[in-house]
Design a protein around this ligand. Structure first.
Ligand code: NAP
Ligand code: ZN
Length: 347
């Protein structure tokens, strides 16, 4: 066991402070890496506010974890000391259920272990995230990071990137498809870039006037302020697919109506309150309302390679980890274009 510095908290909605956690002694297939950068996802904020249920304490968030390998277990073959690696949301799964066999570890039938605040079935206790000096993870959940020019802004690909890439692939966003992206935050702005790189025609729906102005720069073909009734009406029945990344309660019916027949609206945002849907919104046009949760490990590697090939990283601000509370406050107020990444090297 190794004592490691981290930022965490012992109460719901309380500021984070420096504390000490322990990382396990390396097992034969474990990789230890020094954390360089860690993105801040709205899921970290939901968890800190107790919106996903009562957390385990101490709570150390962070699941867009990018670092450099410092030690390897004796059975690790595919990684080298000094290599850049990433860990996203998943750090363990059963490995033998149908979902795991299909590379869908996120749906593991025995329950997936997440990289932070998740019960650790092997070691006991709970997992501590990437707001920490180092991380230890079994090799099959560790991603090879391509050498992105803007390395800090590649960290958000590890959760935000795969969460939008996976449904865009599954529902076949590509040439000839009209795709809507709802909510332009950390997930949404990456969804615009990835859907464009896949060849889709992209329309952005936002509640923020300044993001309408910024949408073309992000690569979107069209942008709609969701309060603009005329623009919303003009798009009725026009889209093939909508990816809903909104983090708070909102009117899904309003967007279902924009789908053509057999179109799908896929929810990835996790508002704490239930979404309601009028039957008529899906009955009419045989539309689907569906959901998606991150992505499997092989698909996450595929996404990293795709983003590297297309020059896609997140856009945002890098702050030292000592300013984590300021970053969380600003994320809650929507005061970030578009993702915070913590520089953990000072810890
Ligand atoms: P974020 O950066 O805060 O972006 C969320 C966006 O939602 C905001 O930028 C805003 O976009 C829109 N929004 C916020 N409040 C709204 C409201 N009251 N009404 C309408 N729109 C509102 O968050 P994120 O990190 O992208 O995460 C988005 C959601 O996805 C969170 O709930 C997070 O927990 C969830 N998530 C899910 C998965 C998964 O696997 N399913 C993975 C990661 C994250 P505009 O300004 O453009 O309106
Ligand atoms: Zn996340």
């Amino acid at each position: 066991m190794k004592e490691v510095k981290a930022y965490g908290t012992n109460a719901v909605s309380a500021p984070l402070h420096e504390l000490t956690i322990t990382r396990r002694t390396l097992r034969p297939h474990d990789i230890e890496f020094e954390v360089l950068y860690c993105g801040i996802c709205h899921s970290d904020l939901h968890r800190l506010k107790g919106e996903f249920g009562e957390p385990f304490f101490p709570l150390v968030p962070g699941h867009e974890i990018l670092g450099r390998i410092t030690a390897l277990g004796e059975e690790v073959r595919d990684f080298k000391i000094g290599e850049l690696v990433g860990v996203g949301c998943i750090v363990d799964s059963c490995g033998h259920c149908d979902s795991c066999h299909e590379g869908l570890e996120q749906f593991c039938e025995e329950g997936v272990t997440f990289s932070f605040n998740s019960l650790d079935k092997v070691s006991g206790g709970h997992t501590f995230g990437g707001f920490s000096k180092s991380y230890v993870c079994e090799d099959r959940y560790v991603l090879h990071m391509p050498s992105f020019d803007n390395l800090p802004m590649a960290a958000p690909l590890l959760c935000a990137g795969i969460t939008v890439y996976s449904p865009l692939r599954h529902w076949q966003a590509g040439p000839g498809k009209k795709v809507g992206i709802l909510g332009i935050g950390g997930l949404g702005h990456l969804a615009v870039r990835i859907a464009k790189a896949m060849g889709a025609e992209v329309t952005v729906f936002t509640t923020s006037p300044s993001k309408v102005a910024d949408a073309a720069r992000l690569g979107a073909d069209h942008a709609v302020l969701s309060s603009d009734e005329a623009a919303m009406k003009a798009l009725r029945g026009k889209l093939d697919f909508i990816l809903d990344t909104v983090s708070a309660g909102h009117d899904v019916d309003r967007y279902l109506g924009l789908l053509r027949h057999d179109g799908s609206l896929v929810v990835v945002g996790l508002p704490s309150e239930p979404l309601s849907v009028a039957a008529y919104s899906i009955v009419r046009g045989r539309r689907s309302l569906s959901g998606s949760n991150i992505g499997g490990i092989a698909e996450t590697q595929e996404m990293l390679d795709f983003c590297y090939q297309h020059g896609i990283v997140a856009e945002g601000e890098v702050l030292p980890i000592s300013q984590v509370n300021e970053a969380l406050d600003r994320l809650e107020r929507g005061d970030i274009r578009y993702r915070f990444v913590l520089d953990v090297t000072e810890l």
